[in-house]
Design a protein around this ligand. Structure first.
Ligand SMILES: [Zn+2]
Length: 522
């Protein structure tokens, strides 16, 4: 059973549900982050498909402090902002509202591409509009309960006078450096500590301030459940880092129950999406970003990657291994075939359906194999529409033409960025050195081929392909040997795509050159 459908057994149709995901916009979101939003998005869609009352939200944790500098940012510009809330730091492009929104928008646009369009909420708005005030009061009043939770769940002993709240220092603007030492029911007493954290220094300012309306924020493990409670979030999973023993998820779940007096959302641990075998942090510049990642696959194939693997299992996706992308397309096509034959009776059919952004109108379509498209786009003489309508046995529908064009775009991209050299069939500019291995009978065949090409024009690759077959037959050479001779002399490899079209391309490009090459070899 499709994993998202299986999860439905935990939910009751008479309830309303809100699926939520949240993230701190501290830099370019890594491609691996897409696992979280895709898992939540697919659960939301499965609930919706099954007729549940459900909505989908995404929270930008823009009040979190900048606690590390991504390598691609200028240290001399950004070091002074370390410790400030991300929404009070200038945007790197000077255009976005602030630093947080610059990176949040980039990530939102990436997951929108995949068809996931949750309602967007900013944590700073919730704080400023007073929606978190109630929970701030509860957390400060019940600080002893929270201290006990930290002790019980994580074995951490918080010092005397510790409060789970940080004021945004009115003097230096930093939130990561401030320490609350007292709460009188109205105001908190705070100090901006020089050495509270290793990554930045506070200014030493001290004072008393109301903690409400956005003057500060709850610490993460209390802030998270405050958002759950304030937004009525009923389903929210997290990566396994949050689910480690004594991790934030377990503390947050206790805080919402014992302090905010409501139930935690249904939680689940989703595994990582590993790009190229490693989970890379978004603050390291070498990571593949989510924004880049969504460009290498069509949206429905990008979704399929998340659909076909249960959230409990890691996805290892290495586009740099030449077969990775073509294999994914093949698997998608197999599922499509099953869907068009038997609908969603089997998991494979359901996978295909769940991978579609618009599930309402899925018409049976002929899908040109990605690998074949990638080979044929390298041969200008091949008319792809004719080729595939021939393979299909009837003309392509408008949608099929659209899908073919889409695959052409992604095939070209794959060839350019990820395909192994063995997949590329560029006509060699110079006579390849490999011609030395050609046998006597192969050389004889090439001589006859040169004669044939100089005396006869071929309108189509197909026609030339046929002529090559017949020529080989008439000379008694094995067809395989004959074709290898053509590949070796044109592209320096002993295998290749359709020889007729390849030769047609060569002749179209420079008839003289390639005929004299064949003659020079023999
Ligand atoms: Zn300060």
């Amino acid at each position: 059973m499709y994993w998202a459908d299986k999860l439905l057994e935990n939910f009751d149709k008479s309830n309303n549900y809100r699926v939520d995901d949240m993230k701190t916009p501290s830099g370019h979101a890594h491609a691996g982050s897409l696992r979280a939003i895709a898992t939540h998005g697919l659960i939301y869609e499965a609930l919706k498909d099954a007729g549940y009352n459900v909505d989908f939200t995404y929270v930008i944790n823009d009040m979190d402090p900048m606690d590390g500098l991504p390598v691609y940012l200028d240290k001399t510009v950004y070091e002074q902002h370390m410790g400030k809330p991300l929404n009070s730091i200038p945007s790197p492009d000077g255009k976005a509202e602030n630093f947080a929104m610059f990176y949040a928008n980039e990530y939102i646009s990436a997951f929108n591409t995949l068809g996931f369009k949750p309602e967007i909420h900013k944590s700073s708005d919730l704080y400023k509009q007073g929606q978190i005030d109630k929970y701030i009061r509860m957390a400060l009043d019940e600080v002893e309960v929270i201290r006990n939770i930290y002790k019980k769940v994580a074995g951490q002993t918080k010092p005397e006078g510790w409060y789970p709240f940080q004021v945004i220092c009115p003097q230096c603007g930093k939130v990561g450096t401030s320490l609350v030492t007292d709460w009188d029911g109205e105001l908190v007493t705070y100090s901006c500590e020089e050495n509270l954290v290793e990554w930045t220094k506070g200014c030493g300012h001290k004072g008393r301030i109301s903690p409400f309306g956005g003057t500060g924020k709850l610490m993460w493990k209390v802030d998270w459940p405050a958002h759950w409670a304030a937004m009525n979030i009923s389903i929210e999973g997290a990566g396994k880092d949050h689910f480690s023993k004594g991790g934030s998820r377990y503390i947050a779940a206790e805080v919402i129950k014992d302090v905010f007096k409501t139930d935690p959302p249904f939680g689940f641990l989703h595994e990582f999406l590993l790009i190229g075998g490693a989970k890379m942090s978004s603050s390291k510049g070498n990571a593949t970003s989510a924004a880049e990642f969504v460009k290498i696959l069509p949206p429905q194939i990008g979704r399929f990657l998340h659909v076909r693997t249960p959230y409990q299992r890691a996805i290892n996706f290495d586009p740099n291994i030449s077969n990775t992308i073509p294999d994914l397309f093949d698997e998608y096509d197999r599922c499509a075939k099953v869907f068009f034959e038997t609908g969603t009776e089997t998991d494979q059919g359901r996978y295909f359906q769940a991978a579609q952004i618009n599930k309402d109108k899925i018409e049976p379509t002929f899908l040109p194999r990605f690998r074949t498209v990638a080979t044929l786009v390298q041969m200008p003489s091949v008319n792809l529409r004719d080729y595939f309508s021939n393979e299909k046995g009837s003309s392509l529908s408008a949608l099929e033409i659209e899908l073919l064009e889409e695959r052409v775009v992604y095939a070209k991209l794959w060839l350019e960025r990820f395909a192994a050299d063995t997949e590329k069939f560029n006509l060699a500019e110079e006579t390849p050195i490999q011609v030395n291995v050609l046998s006597e009978s192969q050389l004889g065949f090439l001589g006859l081929l040169a004669d044939m090409l100089s005396t006869k024009d071929f309108a189509e690759g197909e026609e030339l392909q046929q002529a090559i077959f017949e020529l080989a037959k008439s000379t008694g050479i094995q067809t395989k040997e004959a074709f290898a001779a053509i590949y070796i002399s044109l592209i320096g490899k002993n295998h290749g795509p359709k020889a007729g079209w390849l030769l047609k391309d060569a002749v179209a490009k420079d008839k003289e050159k390639y005929i004299s090459r064949l003659r020079s070899i023999i």
